[in-house]
Design a protein around this ligand. Structure first.
Ligand code: HDD
Length: 713
């Protein structure tokens, strides 16, 4: 791997080459001021006398301090916390029959990308493992200009109209009086808002599910959410929904782990992405599309323009059209990950919008927010944002303008400048919006076809496995348990009863309220002042599809154990050969192995070999790993069995349904655990070969462990 921190010229793609022009490397160079003046003393201010005051003329001090004072920019109003990486997208074929987008027009064609993953509600410094939606934003640097697919890891959204977005965000962010709680929806204002908005119920099911606690960015799906349009080379349009399908499979952590990871390593996802790329285990996703012919727009029992609905894959299968590989970490977080500016309105020919009212509102918000976040209208010139396609237009000036436009003219039409830059014909790549016939009155009114708020919430809940359903119940008990207002809890139970009666009953029991709590009337509080509330009450269609197996995380297992992290716990006297063989076999499969021991530094193997320790039992814990192994070695086992950290590590792994491998004398350590007191122990592999362990870890978790919840750690 090339070490880009040392500013070597990366060769991977055209965008990285483009960024290279803006890099700076101080190695072997004298320090200078911003004016290029060499600095002789960067340690001491210029003072009047040895103990006297600092002089105003100390230009070096002033420049250094002023720059520092202005280092921060406003964090994003939503999606403030994120991590990103460079990579490429490769088309699986020539898709010109469905879209004329050039980057999808040829088998094997590669387009550079930068992808940023994020949480939504937390501040920039909050934890990665908050229960939250994850942003999944991809900027394709295509030859026809930048195309941004600004999606989430859930295929639907809380609200149907962008007009409600500021309300939603104000409700979920820390409360305005005391700015509490951070990165959490478990508080009164969020659930107050949600309990009055039945349209949010489908998204609530997703947000309370394991999808909100991904194991890794590389193990989550991405969705464009809205219905977009594809336009083919003949100008024919079809509707399209975008999907990203992770090749590593879809996996999550449990809530108890998430809470503990947040303390142990709030950078868990960011670090995981960085380390995976750094070690050459590049995360990969396939891009999928669901295509609906224009004439089929109204054949579903929901409206394609409603962003609280998905198209079940059973009704329209996902066609895989390409692959994204993230293979280069950013050189500088601020310059790349922080300054990147996405916009769902950054399009290329062949892709267009639908009339989804949430999408339409987003088209205003994204440029607008960059104006305050990045300080003015020239943010498109920031290296990470500039396209690899040439930019020519008559936009001029503005704060921090970088481009030096030559010539006399900055208007169109002109003769002085030879009519340039000229408008491009469609055949030359000029973007032409799809012509769509629209007739109607200018009104503020939600379409009746948007009013079935529960059918897909029910479909999602009933398509989950029993374990996943239990997690939703627990999540709602936790979230609503944190709500102080009894009214809000009751309203929510009433609302949930429309999704699934059993779900509402279980949540009510957990909250200690009457499981027969009646839903509030009216249920929907989101209607205009002069409207009749009855016109806005949810309707219930009777969809033919009762279960969609693809909605369960278990529907998409990955192959192998690439990207997983495994702990081998050992002490002095461990069987070093066995340990080494285990480690090698696992690493060969693309997983990361860490040696964890009672102390940092190194341990001694049974024949005196020195084995480097990656973590002491103090600097890590089981929640940082997917599975654990204790190798053979009598002395090592003796050392570990008296170490509370080692015992807790095993118990906690058991509690979190992880596979555990125990070899030889390691059994003595296991015997000290609470977990070992159970008669029916599952997923603990005694003296099995490493391949069996690898195959088990590939399954991620063993959910069939009835006593796991009772382990007191
Ligand atoms: Fe948004 C950021 C995704 C609805 C307004 N949004 C933002 C990011 C993602 C999304 C991934 C972070 C981009 C990055 O990494 O820089 N947003 C979505 C999805 C939505 C959605 C999938 C619904 C389907 N968003 C939405 C609405 C509005 C916004 C309805 C406002 C009308 N979103 C913004 C924003 C942000 C943003 C305020 C904050 C920072 C930024 O744009 O650049 O403009």
């Amino acid at each position: 791997m090339k070490d880009k921190q040392k500013n070597e010229k990366p060769e991977t793609n055209q965008k990285l080459d483009d960024l290279y022009m803006n890099t700076e490397d101080g190695s072997g160079q004298a320090m200078t001021t911003n004016q290029g003046l060499k600095i002789n003393d960067d340690q001491n201010s210029l003072t009047a006398g040895e103990r006297g005051p600092t002089l105003m003329e100390d230009f070096h001090f002033r420049e250094k301090m002023t720059h520092f004072d202005h280092e921060r920019i406003p964090e994003r109003i939503v999606h403030a916390r994120g991590a990103g990486a460079h990579g490429y997208f490769e088309s699986y074929g020539d898709w010109s029959k469905i879209t004329k987008a050039g980057f999808l027009g040829e088998k094997g064609k590669r387009t550079p990308v930068f992808t940023r993953f994020s949480t939504v509600a937390g501040f920039k410094g909050s934890t990665d493992l908050a229960r939250d939606v994850r942003g999944f934003a991809v900027k394709f640097y295509t030859e026809e200009g930048n195309y941004d697919l600004v999606g989430n890891n859930m295929p639907v959204f809380f609200i149907q109209d962008a007009m409600k977005f500021p309300d939603l965000v104000h409700a979920v962010k820390p409360e305005q009086h005391n700015e509490i709680p951070q990165a959490a929806s478990a508080h009164d204002t969020f659930w107050d808002f949600i309990s009055l908005m039945p349209e949010s119920m489908h998204m609530i099911m997703w947000a309370m599910s394991d999808r909100a606690l991904p194991r890794s960015f590389s193990m989550m799906e991405g969705f464009g959410v809205h219905t977009f349009r594809f336009i083919n080379t003949e100008g024919k349009s079809s509707f399209v929904k975008f999907h990203w399908k992770p090749l590593a499979g879809t996996y999550s952590v449990t809530w108890d782990e998430a809470v503990k990871i947040s303390g142990q390593d709030p950078d868990f996802h960011r670090r995981d992405l960085w380390n995976a790329i750094d070690s050459g285990n590049f995360p990969e996703w396939e891009l999928g599309v669901q295509i609906v012919a224009e004439e089929d727009e109204h054949k579903f029992d929901f409206d394609l323009l409603d962003p609280t609905k998905l198209i079940p894959e059973e009704l329209v299968p996902v066609k895989l059209i390409g692959k994204m590989v993230l293979d280069a970490n950013p050189t500088n977080f601020f310059a790349e990950t922080e300054q990147i500016a996405f916009h769902p309105g950054h399009l290329v020919p062949g892709i267009d919008f639908s009339n989804d009212p949430l999408l339409q509102g987003r088209l205003f918000s994204y440029t607008d927010t960059q104006l305050s976040r990045l300080g003015g209208p020239n943010f498109n010139e920031i290296p990470i944002n500039r396209p690899i396609a040439p930019v020519h237009n008559n936009q001029r000036g503005g704060i921090m303008r970088q481009t030096i436009n030559v010539g006399h003219t900055s208007y169109h039409p002109n003769k002085i400048g030879g009519g340039c830059p000229f408008q491009a014909k469609m055949a030359e790549g000029g973007y032409v919006s799809h012509q769509e016939k629209i007739e109607g009155y200018k009104i503020r009114k939600r379409s009746k076809s948007f009013m079935d708020h529960f059918s897909q919430a029910t479909l999602f809940f009933e398509s989950q496995t029993p374990v996943e359903q239990d997690h939703i119940v627990e999540a709602l008990r936790f979230e609503l348990g944190k709500v102080k207002s009894e009214d809000i809890r009751e309203r929510m139970v009433g609302m949930l009863s429309y999704v699934n009666k059993d779900l509402a009953k279980k949540v009510a029991e957990g909250l200690g309220i009457d499981p027969n709590t009646k839903p509030e009337d009216p249920l929907n509080h989101s209607y205009p002042a002069d409207a009749d509330p009855k016109d806005y009450q949810p309707t219930q269609s009777n969809p033919s599809l009762k279960k969609s197996e693809k909605l369960s995380l278990t529907a998409r297992p990955g192959k192998g154990i690439k990207g997983r992290s495994i702990a081998i716990i050992a002490g002095d006297g461990v069987d070093a050969d066995a340990l080494e063989a285990y480690k090698k076999a696992i690493e060969k499969e693309g997983a990361d192995v860490k040696i964890v021991a009672p102390r940092s530094g190194a341990i001694k193997g049974q024949n005196g070999e020195l084995i480097k320790v990656d973590h002491s039992l103090l600097t890590t814990s089981s929640v940082m790993f997917d599975a654990v192994m204790i190798p053979d070695g009598a002395k090592s086992a003796e050392m570990l069995q008296s170490d509370a950290g080692a015992i807790r590590f095993l118990d906690e792994s058991y509690k979190h349904f992880k596979f555990i491998a125990i070899d030889g004398a390691g059994k003595q350590v296991w015997d000290k655990t609470y977990a070992s007191k159970n008669t029916d122990v599952k997923g603990v592999l005694f003296d099995k070969n490493v391949q069996e362990f690898i195959d088990s870890v590939a399954k991620h978790r063993i959910w069939d462990r009835p006593h796991a919840a009772n382990i007191p750690v």
